[in-house]
Design a protein around this ligand. Structure first.
Ligand code: HEC
Length: 167
């Protein structure tokens, strides 16, 4: 009896876990499909100039947006309201991204506490903003990989050995 319950619980957990992974992939794919809504004004161009998504230039390059400082795409002339928001040190997270793309003007009005401002981005993403975030996050530079995690077995351990020898 007990054994049966445990096994089926395990099976359910395993299936749930697998389901979560493919759910994330679906988000990314849906976001990529929704890129057509951004294309008129934005491109995604990597640091080496490799074009990941072709697009217009009236909006900033969205490469590496996840974790990027707001209004920081090189060479783009941002409007005053978003620069004011950025001056507070804002960085793009899923939360502010979703709020922004859903309604840029009301997002900036709320953030700046000023109902007279208007966003220079007139587009509003009615649905799928979370998917778009998943997509943009998936094409960000892989910074985690070169943090030197693999080098941990160097200096620190050697010191431990020394102190043991001294005693
Ligand atoms: C009609 C043109 C247009 C469309 C379509 C558009 N945008 Fe924009 N977007 C802009 C402009 C212009 C800005 C710069 C806003 C400013 O200077 O205030 C901008 C800014 C942004 C920013 C801020 C970037 C930064 O560097 O801080 C994000 C994020 C963004 N857009 C996402 C999107 C996404 C995602 C889509 C598609 C779902 C989209 N935009 C569609 C014109 C557009």
């Amino acid at each position: 009896m007990m054994k049966t319950v445990t096994l089926s619980t395990l099976a359910a957990l395993t299936m749930g876990f697998t389901g979560t992974a493919s759910y994330a992939d679906q988000h990314t794919a849906a976001g990529e499909a929704a890129w057509r809504g951004c294309r008129a004004c934005h491109s995604i161009t990597g640091p080496d100039g490799d074009v990941i998504q072709r697009g217009g230039r009236s909006g900033p390059n969205l490469y590496g947006l996840a974790g990027r400082a707001v209004a920081s795409a090189e060479g783009f002339g941002y409007s005053d309201p978003i620069q004011t928001y950025a001056a507070g040190g804002a960085v793009w997270t899923e939360e502010n991204f979703v709020a922004y793309v859903t309604n840029p003007t009301s997002f900036l009005r709320a953030e700046l506490d000023d109902n007279s401002v208007r966003s220079a981005m007139s587009f509003q993403m009615r649905s799928g903003a979370e998917d778009m975030w998943a997509y943009l996050e998936s094409i960000a530079p892989a910074e985690d990989s070169d943090d030197g995690d693999a080098e941990d077995d160097g200096d620190g351990d050697a010191e431990d050995d020394d102190s043991t020898e001294t005693e």
